[in-house]
Design a binder for this molecule. Structure first.
Ligand code: SOE
Length: 385
C-alpha cells in the first residue's frame, strides 16, 4: 500500500499531447521516487467514445468521459489537464478553475491575449494551482543554459536568435480543420506558426533573457485557400504559415526569430543561440542533450566552441536518469514537468511557467501578429517575471 498522496488527474484530449502528458504521469513516480504526491490516471475525456476508450485502455486511465463538463464536475478529480485544440483551452480552464480544480494546460495558453487574460483572471480568483506545458524549458541542456546565464558567465547579452522550422504543410492538398489538422484552422488555433511554434521560442527566450519589449514582424500565408474538413468547402486560410520578427529585449539585447512550416527538409528544428560579452551558448533540439558553449576568457590556444554532453548527475535533472554519458529524449521533458508540478504541491511554490508567465508569451504573440498586419513596430507590454 503506497503512503503517497494522490493527485487524481482528469485528462481532456487524447491526441499527440494527451500521449506525451500521460507518459509523463506514468513515468514520474519511477524516476522521482522522493515525491510525496503521485499522479493517478483517474479519467480520460474525448468526444469520441471509441477513441477515448481505446486511449484509456492503452494508457491505463481508470474511466472515461465524452463531455469535459462531466469530467470537471467529478469529485474524484483533483487536476484537469487540457490537451485539446487551442479553441477549448479558455472555456475549460475557466470552468475548471471555478470548480476549484488545479489546471495543467498545453501550450499556447490561449488563441488570443484577451482569452489568456480571462484565464489568468479565473485562476487568480479561485487560487488554483496551474502550469502551462512549455516543455522545452525542461530539456536538461536548456535548463543548464538558464543556470549558466543566471550565473553571469555570458556577461552582458547582445543577441538572442531562435528558429523553429517545419515542412509538413507545404502540400496545397492538405485540408484545414479537424483532427490532426486543426493547427491550420485559425478559428481552432488562433494563429499559425506564431502561436504553435514561435510561442515555444518566445517562452524560452523570455525565461533565459528577460522580457521582449517591442517587435517588428512579417508573416506570410503561402497557401491562401484550403478545403475545410468540417464544411468540405474551399475556405480562406487565416493562419500565418511563416513568421519572422525582430525585437528589443528589456535588457537591451536584440532578438531575431523565425518560424515556418515551409522549410523543406526540417521536421521540428528548434534552435537558439545567445551571444554575450564574454561567452555564447547555442542549442539544437535535434541534438538536445548537447549545449554548445564558447568562452572568450579561455586560454587562446585552447579557445573554441565546447560541446557539453549534458548527462552528468550534477547537471539539471540528470541524476534522475541513467549514468553519465547516457542520453535522454523529448518525452523526458514532460516527465520533468510532471515532477516539478508534483514538487510544487509539496513546497507551495508556483510551477513555472504559470498561466501568468504564459500570458507574457501571449502578449508577444499578439504584438507579433499586430505588427505584421499593420507593418509597424508594436510594444508588447510583456514584463519580466
Ligand atoms: C506542431 O507540429 C508541434 O507538434 C507543436 O504543436 C508542438 O508544440 C511542438 O513541440 C512540436 O510541433
Amino acid at each position: 500500500m503506497s503512503n503517497k498522496k494522490q493527485l487524481r488527474i482528469g485528462l481532456i484530449g487524447c491526441g499527440f499531447m494527451g500521449r506525451t502528458h500521460s507518459n509523463g504521469y506514468k513515468r514520474v513516480g519511477d524516476f522521482f521516487p522522493e515525491l510525496t504526491y503521485q499522479p493517478v490516471l483517474k479519467a480520460a475525456c474525448a468526444r469520441s467514445a471509441d477513441k477515448v476508450k481505446a486511449f484509456a485502455e492503452q494508457w491505463g486511465y481508470e474511466s472515461t468521459e465524452t463531455d469535459w463538463k462531466a469530467l470537471i464536475a467529478r469529485d474524484d478529480i483533483d487536476a484537469v489537464d487540457i490537451c485539446t485544440p487551442n479553441e477549448f483551452h479558455a472555456e475549460i480552464a475557466i470552468a475548471a478553475a471555478a470548480k476549484g480544480k488545479m489546471i495543467l494546460c498545453e501550450k499556447p495558453l490561449s488563441r488570443t491575449l484577451a482569452e489568456g487574460q480571462r484565464m489568468v483572471d479565473a485562476i487568480e480568483k479561485s487560487g488554483v494551482k496551474n502550469t502551462v506545458w512549455y516543455n522545452y524549458r525542461r530539456v536538461p541542456a536548456v535548463t543548464l543554459a538558464k543556470q549558466i546565464i543566471d550565473s553571469g558567465k555570458l556577461g552582458k547579452i547582445f543577441h538572442y536568435r531562435a528558429n523553429f522550422l517545419q515542412d509538413w504543410t507545404i502540400s496545397p492538398e492538405l485540408p484545414q480543420g479537424g483532427e490532426g489538422l486543426w493547427r491550420l484552422d485559425v478559428d481552432a488555433a488562433g494563429s499559425g506558426v506564431t502561436g504553435d511554434l514561435l510561442a515555444h521560442c518566445i517562452d524560452t527566450a523570455m525565461w533565459l533573457n528577460g522580457a521582449i519589449k517591442d517587435v517588428s514582424a512579417m508573416t506570410e500565408t503561402f497557401i491562401k485557400e484550403r478545403v475545410h474538413q468540417a464544411s468540405g468547402k474551399v475556405q480562406k486560410v487565416g493562419i500565418d504559415d511563416a513568421c519572422i520578427f525582430h525585437c528589443h529585449f528589456e535588457n537591451g539585447s536584440l532578438g531575431l526569430f523565425e518560424s515556418t512550416r515551409y522549410a523543406r527538409g526540417h521536421k521540428a528544428l528548434y534552435t537558439f543561440e545567445i551571444n554575450g560579452e564574454h561567452a555564447s551558448i547555442r542549442w539544437d533540439l535535434h541534438d538536445l542533450n548537447r549545449l554548445e558553449y564558447f568562452d572568450h576568457r579561455d586560454d587562446s590556444i585552447v579557445r573554441g566552441w565546447r560541446s557539453i554532453l549534458v548527462t552528468d548527475g550534477d547537471q539539471p535533472y540528470m541524476n534522475k536518469w541513467w549514468v553519465p554519458g547516457l542520453i535522454i529524449g523529448y518525452e523526458h521533458t514532460f516527465v520533468h514537468q510532471a515532477a516539478d508540478f508534483l514538487k510544487s504541491l509539496e513546497t507551495g511554490e508556483p510551477c513555472a511557467p504559470t498561466f501568468k508567465n504564459a500570458l507574457q508569451t501571449q502578449k508577444v504573440c499578439e504584438a507579433v501578429i499586430d505588427s505584421a498586419n499593420s507593418k509597424s513596430w508594436k510594444d508588447t507590454g510583456a514584463v519580466n517575471m
